[in-house]
Design a protein around this ligand. Structure first.
Ligand code: S3P
Length: 459
C-alpha cells in the first residue's frame, strides 16, 4: 500500500501513448478460449490483476492458459461443457466482471465451485446473477444471502430461460449467455438499455449463433445452446475506460496535445467521447479501423481551455458507466454545471463511487452534490484548488481519477493507496509521467487519511 501524490503539471502534456488491453474483452477471451476446442491465441491481453485472476480460475477449471510474451497468451480449451471441478476456492480478487461471468460459466456445468474475492468484491451484490442462474437450475449458498464467499452447484441439466434484465448490466447479460452455452435450446436476454456487447461479438467470433434484434421491451439477444466453439485468434484493443484517464488529463491541462493510440471504439463504450464533444472538447479519431470485429482508432486530444458543463442523460450511463469518476473531476474544472443522471449503479461498483467522488471532490474544494442517482458538479472554468487526501477504497478508477485531477489543481492531490490501479491499468503512473504528469510517492508524510474541509457535499 503506497500513497501517491499528483502535482500540477509543469507545462502542457505532450506525446503519444497506448493504454493496456480492454479489461472486458480480456476476461471474455480467456473464458471463451477455455470453452473452445483447440487453440486460442490472444494478442494484447490486459495483464492486470483482475484478468490474471480469471486466467488462474480457468486453469483451475481445466483449461491450459499460458503466457508466451508480453500481452500474448495461448489458451487450449476443453470444449463447451467440459470444464472440471476446481479443487481450490476461486479467488477472483477485486474483479466483479471475472466473478460474475465465471459464475455463469460454472452454473451450466455439473460441478461445484466456491468463489471469493477481496474486501471490495465480498461487499458487492451477487443476487443479480444468482437469480437468473437459479432459474436455469444452478444452486447457491452465499454469505448474507448474496455476497461472496459463495458456493455454486452447477445445473446437471440446465434450462434455457428468457430473462429481462432488471438493471442495465453487461455482466448479468453475459453471465446468462455464458450459462446458455452449455444449455440445450435458446437462452434469451432482453435488455431495456443496450449494454456493451463484447460477449455477443466474441461468441459469434468463436462460432456460436447469436441473434440480436430490437423488440418492444428493448434489445433481445438469443443464443443457440451447445454450439461447438472453435479456438480463434483474438486481438484485444486498448481499453477505452483506461484511455479516459490520459484523455481527461490532456483536457485538464491547457495547451496539451496527446495521441492515445489503439483505443477500442465499440459504440456501446463511447458515451464519454460523446459527452466530451458536447462539452466542447477537441478530440479527433485518427486511423479508424476494425480489428477482430471491434472498431478501433487513435484519439488525438487537445487541451484548448475550459469546457462547458452539460447535462448527461441517464440513458447514456451504460455506455460510460466506468468513466463517471474521471468525468466528474473534469467537470469540476468546467464552466457551469454538469449534471449526471442515472448513476445508481455507481453505488455497487468496486466502491460506492457516488460517495467516493463526492467526498473526494469536496475535499479538493469543488462544489458537488448528490441527489438520489444524480451527481452535480459545478465549476467556474478553473480547476478546484486541490489538496485533497483521497481514500481510494480498493477502487482503481477512484485512484486514477483523482491523480488526473491533481495535474491541474494548485495544490497536489494525494491518494492513500495505489494498489488497486494494477487491477486494470498496470503502468499507469509511468505512462502518465511519460507525457508530462508529475505523479510520485509521498515522501515523509505517511499514509494520507481523508481530509479537507473546504467545498461542500450535499446529499
Ligand atoms: C463490465 C460491465 C460493467 C462495467 C465493468 C465491466 C463488463 O459492469 O462497470 O467494469 O465487462 O461486462 P455492469 O455490467 O455491472 O454495469
Amino acid at each position: 500500500m503506497t500513497a501517491l501524490r499528483s502535482a500540477a503539471a509543469a507545462g502542457p502534456l505532450a506525446g503519444d501513448l497506448a493504454v493496456p488491453g480492454d479489461k472486458s474483452i480480456s476476461h471474455r477471451a480467456l473464458m471463451l478460449g477455455s470453452l473452445a476446442v483447440g487453440e486460442t491465441v490472444i494478442e494484447g491481453l490486459l495483464e492486470g490483476e483482475d484478468v490474471l485472476r480469471t486466467a488462474a480460475a480457468m486453469r483451475a477449471l481445466g483449461a491450459r492458459v499460458m503466457q508466451h510474451a508480453c500481452g500474448r497468451w495461448q489458451v487450449q480449451g476443453v470444449g463447451v461443457g467440459a470444464l472440471v471441478e476446481p479443487d481450490q476456492v476461486l479467488d477472483m480478487g477485486n474483479a466483479g466482471t471475472g466473478a460474475r461471468l465465471l459464475m455463469g460459466v460454472v452454473a451450466a456445468h455439473p460441478i461445484t465451485a466456491f468463489f471469493t474475492g477481496d474486501a471490495s468484491l465480498v461487499r458487492r451484490p451477487m443476487a443479480r446473477v444468482m437469480n437468473p442462474l437459479r432459474q436455469m437450475g444452478a444452486r447457491f449458498m452465499a454469505r448474507s444471502g448474496d455476497r461472496l464467499p459463495l458456493g455454486l452447484a452447477g445445473a446437471p441439466t440446465p434450462l434455457p430461460i428468457t430473462y429481462r434484465l432488471p438493471v442495465a448490466s453487461a455482466q448479468v447479460k453475459s453471465a446468462i449467455l455464458l450459462a446458455g452455452l452449455n444449455t440445450a435450446g435458446r437462452t434469451t436476454v432482453v435488455e431495456p438499455e443496450p449494454t456493451r456487447d463484447h460477449t455477443e461479438l466474441m461468441l459469434r467470433h468463436f462460432g456460436a449463433e447469436v441473434a440480436v434484434e430490437d423488440g418492444p421491451d428493448g434489445r433481445v439477444v438469443s443464443l443457440t445452446g451447445r454450439p461447438e466453439l472453435t479456438g480463434r485468434p483474438v486481438l484485444v484493443p486498448g481499453d477505452p475506460s483506461s484511455a479516459a484517464f490520459p484523455i481527461v488529463a490532456a483536457l485538464l491541462v491547457e495547451g496539451s496535445d496527446v495521441l492515445v493510440r489503439n483505443v477500442g471504439l465499440n459504440p456501446l463504450r463511447t458515451g464519454l467521447l460523446t459527452t466530451l464533444h458536447e462539452m466542447g472538447a477537441a478530440i479527433s479519431v485518427e486511423n479508424a479501423r476494425t480489428e477482430a470485429g471491434e472498431p478501433v482508432g487513435d484519439l488525438r486530444v487537445r487541451g484548448t481551455g475550459p469546457l462547458a458543463g452539460i447535462t448527461v442523460p441517464a440513458a447514456r450511463a451504460p455506455s460510460m458507466i466506468d468513466e463517471y469518476p474521471v468525468l466528474a473531476c473534469l467537470a469540476a474544472a468546467a464552466r457551469g454545471r454538469t449534471v449526471m443522471h442515472g448513476l445508481g449503479e455507481l453505488r455497487v461498483k468496486e466502491s460506492d463511487r457516488l460517495t467516493a467522488v463526492a467526498e473526494g471532490l469536496a475535499s479538493c474544494g469543488a462544489r458537488v452534490s448528490v441527489d438520489g442517482d444524480t451527481l452535480t458538479v459545478e465549476g467556474d472554468g478553473r480547476p478546484p484548488r486541490g489538496g485533497g487526501h483521497i481514500l481510494t477504497r480498493l477502487d482503481h478508477r477512484i485512484a486514477m481519477a483523482f491523480l488526473v485531477l491533481g495535474l491541474a489543481t494548485r495544490d497536489a492531490v494525494t491518494i492513500d493507496d495505489d494498489e488497486a490501479i494494477g487491477t486494470s491499468f498496470p503502468g499507469f503512473v509511468d505512462l502518465l509521467n511519460g507525457i508530462g504528469a508529475r505523479i510520485g510517492t509521498v515522501d515523509g508524510e505517511g499514509s494520507a487519511g481523508h481530509g479537507g474541509t473546504e467545498g461542500a457535499i450535499t446529499a
